[in-house]
Structures are given as C-alpha cells and as structure tokens.
Write a protein that binds this ligand. Structure first.
Ligand code: 13P
Length: 244
C-alpha cells in the first residue's frame, strides 16, 4: 500500500541560522511516514548534510528549470538539484503559477525534466476561490493534470507525487474540510488511471497538527504539503507523526 508522505515547503523563508536550528530541533522519533524538507536553494546543501547526519528525511527543491543547461540566468536545473542530493522537487506550486505566470505546459515541461534526471516531482494542482465558486474545481484540476499526462507514459505517475492545494486554503488559515479534500483527491486518483492506487496524493493548504489527523483519515489523502506550519520543527514533526 501507499506509504504516507509529509513534505515541508518553507517557501522564501528562513536563514542559515534558522535552517541550522530547525534541523537540530527536528525530532522525527515515532514518525513512520516519508518526510521531505524543501528549503530555499541556498540551504539545500545544509539540509542534505542534516539529512545524511540525522536520517529520517530527504530533501527537495521548490522549483527547477525545464531546461538542462544554458543561458537561463537565475534558473536551476534538475541536474544541479541532484548535485545537492535532492530527491524531490515541487513543480507547479500555485505561487509559481500565479506570480510567475507558469502555464500548465511549462509545469508539464518541468515535471518531465525532473523525472528525466531521476528526481520525483511533486505536482501541485488546485483551484482558486473564484473557480471553486463557479463550480469549476474538477475541470481546472483535470486541465492541470492533462497537461502532464499528455507528455508522459501513464506508468511515469508511479515516480511522482501529486499535491492538491486549493489556492483559497493556502496561507489563509482556511482548510478544505476533510470531505471536500477527499472528493477532489478521489477525482485526482481516477485521473491517474490504472496506476492511481499506487500514487501518493498529498493535501496542502493550512495544514497544522490540529487538523492533520482528520485529513489523513480520508482514504485518498496520503499526507500533506505543509507551508507555514513547516517553519516550526516541533509543529512539523507533530504533523509527520499524525500520518500513519
Ligand atoms: P500553508 O500551509 O502555509 O497554507 O501553505 C501551503 C502550501 O502552499 C504548501 O506548498
């Protein structure tokens, strides 16, 4: 069956001092889920060293280029992430889609580049509040998934993770109810076809230790992609412990 997975997305938060303290304080005793920490690029090497020293978690990037190399100032390739001992990479986070205008096609290109290099992409999908109110949640998620599906063999989903992050629940303190999230997760699993039963589907959006267990109790919620609450090592570990 699917192992639960909890991933921390620090976004553009932290400092060297914060990162050092976080990894010193991170106590994953009793955690049975997989754990991924995605810090900003400059702290990846520090995080990878902590992962090697402490064990119990691996490291992920928050973004990558769809290109392997070349004149792309400011970009980071999949190969460079591998050099940092990174196992996972987030692609298509809603902040990348809305603030940096990443299209479904660009996100699909990043997904393919990540997998080609041997990284596991964490593909983020999810609707805005306006799209939800228009009753377009499933249509939007289906389009986001289809852009990737058009570029890969269906078997490639087994080396990927999908994260459902309703945009209206990110950083707002408003979580989707476990039932609301479950119904979209079930839809996403159906979109994955025959291999769907093997793919980890995470929920993201204001996950905290106080609401994690109720979310993880849903059959199609295999873990979480955690933003704000992942900046507190104790709180993040408590969320990891809730994933069973
Ligand atoms: P919050 O947990 O801060 O709502 O962020 C969720 C998220 O965007 C994780 O990628």
């Amino acid at each position: 069956m699917r192992t639960p997975l909890v991933a921390a997305n620090w976004k553009m938060n932290g400092s060297r001092e914060f990162a050092e303290r976080f990894f010193t304080d991170l106590d994953l005793e009793g955690v049975i889920s997989g754990v991924v920490v995605c810090p900003p690029f400059p702290y990846l090497s520090l995080a990878a060293q902590a992962a090697q020293d402490k064990g119990g978690f691996v490291v992920g990037g928050q973004n990558l280029s769809q290109e392997p190399a070349g004149a792309f100032t400011g970009e980071v390739s999949a190969g460079m992430l591998l050099d940092w001992n990174t196992h996972y990479v987030i692609v298509g986070h809603s902040e990348r889609r809305s603030l940096y205008l990443e299209s479904n096609e660009l996100v699909a290109g990043k997904f393919v580049a990540a997998q080609a290099a041997g990284l596991i992409p964490i593909l983020c999908v999810g609707e805005t509040l306006e799209e939800r109110e228009q009753g377009r949640t499933l249509e939007v998620v289906a389009e986001q998934m289809a852009a990737v599906r058009n570029r890969i063999d269906s078997s490639a989903w087994k080396d990927a993770v999908v994260a459902y992050e309703p945009v209206w629940a990110i950083g707002t303190g408003k979580t989707a109810t476990p039932e609301e999230a479950q119904s979209v997760h079930e839809f996403i699993r159906a979109q994955l076809g025959d291999i769907g039963a093997e793919v980890q589907i995470l929920y993201g959006g204001s996950v905290k230790s106080a609401n994690a267990s109720a979310l993880f109790a849903q059959v199609d919620i295999d873990g979480a992609l955690v933003g704000g609450a992942s900046l507190d090592a104790k709180e993040f570990a408590a969320i990891c412990r809730a994933a069973v």
